[in-house]
Design a protein around this ligand. Structure first.
Ligand code: ZN
Length: 286
């Protein structure tokens, strides 16, 4: 086999999700043929297992998994198109974080490069004040437990954060992962402001950008993010870049994100590709 030279790495592509259950292998093949590597984060125990299964089965140096429990799966809720664009309405099944189950996965495979995706999601907050407190506490406790596990297994973290950047910052300021794992990981799908950005950068965290940069105007935040701290991602099947020509996002479309970053930062596509590959190597070791 000729040595695979990645052009780009999609550091956040959920080929392990049901949206790809019929053609995941083809989607991955298309990515590899185009020189695109993929890190697949889990969102619950089942999708985490599936990410590990893909990485093990393909046994490719640029197909890797991450495992973790996403904060929206801590509640029983209906997620619909208003919340996640391009998403068929689905009902999430409430899951408690069981450390032993994730620990078994971590022990089972050397292809797991991170804990993720884990984090905070304050998109839909309960109106009742006591419920609200409980809701946030549950997310914060679960995040801390998963960061503890990451630290114990010397893995960086892939962090999800919606409308919760200040709370996330204070957790990362006090959690041991920030100083013990260097770099500690990435704030994926970054949508915070410039002040928060500079605080995350100062703590050593990297910043992930995807197709959301076509939807929200993040140009000034992207300009403020040094190129040597950016990771590229798709968050497929969601957040499809408008020029992709299909509804469902997939890892090959990470090139559109790279093009847009190059345009905003006024550097060449090749420079964005080269530097973000180097950044991915630093954070995830691939
Ligand atoms: Zn994701």
């Amino acid at each position: 086999m000729a040595e695979f030279e990645p052009k780009l790495i999609d550091t956040h592509g959920h080929v392990n999700f049901n949206a790809f259950k019929d053609d995941g292998d083809e989607v991955i093949k298309r990515a590899l043929d185009a020189g695109v590597g993929i890190i697949m984060p889990g969102s619950q125990i089942d999708t985490s297992k599936r990410a590990v299964e893909y990485a093990e089965k393909l046994n490719h140096p640029y197909i890797r998994a991450a495992v973790g429990l996403h904060p929206i799966h801590l509640e029983d809720i209906e997620v619909d198109d208003s919340e996640v664009e391009g998403q068929v309405k689905f009902h999430t099944r409430k899951e408690d974080f069981r450390r032993a189950a994730y620990e078994d996965l971590l022990k089972s495979s050397d292809k797991i490069v991170a804990m993720g995706e884990v984090g905070l999601d304050y998109w839909r907050l309960p109106e009742d004040e006591r419920e609200l407190e409980f809701y946030k506490e549950r997310q914060i406790d679960t995040l801390n437990s998963q960061l503890d596990l990451a630290l114990d297994y010397k893995k960086p973290a892939i962090l999800h954060c919606r409308k919760a950047h200040d709370d996330l910052l204070s957790i990362l300021e006090s959690h041991g992962i920030t100083n013990a794992i260097r770099p500690p990981g990435v704030i994926h799908c970054y949508t915070g402001n410039k002040n928060q950005l500079n605080a995350f950068l100062a703590l050593g965290w990297y910043i992930g950008y995807n197709g959301i940069i076509f939807k929200l105007n993040l140009d000034n935040v992207i300009k403020e993010t040094p190129l040597d701290r950016i990771l590229l991602e798709t968050d497929s099947p969601y957040l499809t870049p408008p020029n992709a020509g299909t509804e469902r996002n997939e890892p090959i479309f990470v090139k559109h994100v790279a093009e847009k970053i190059a345009e905003i930062k006024q550097v060449s596509f090749e420079e964005v590709a080269r530097q973000t590959r180097e950044n991915t190597r630093k954070v995830f070791g691939i």
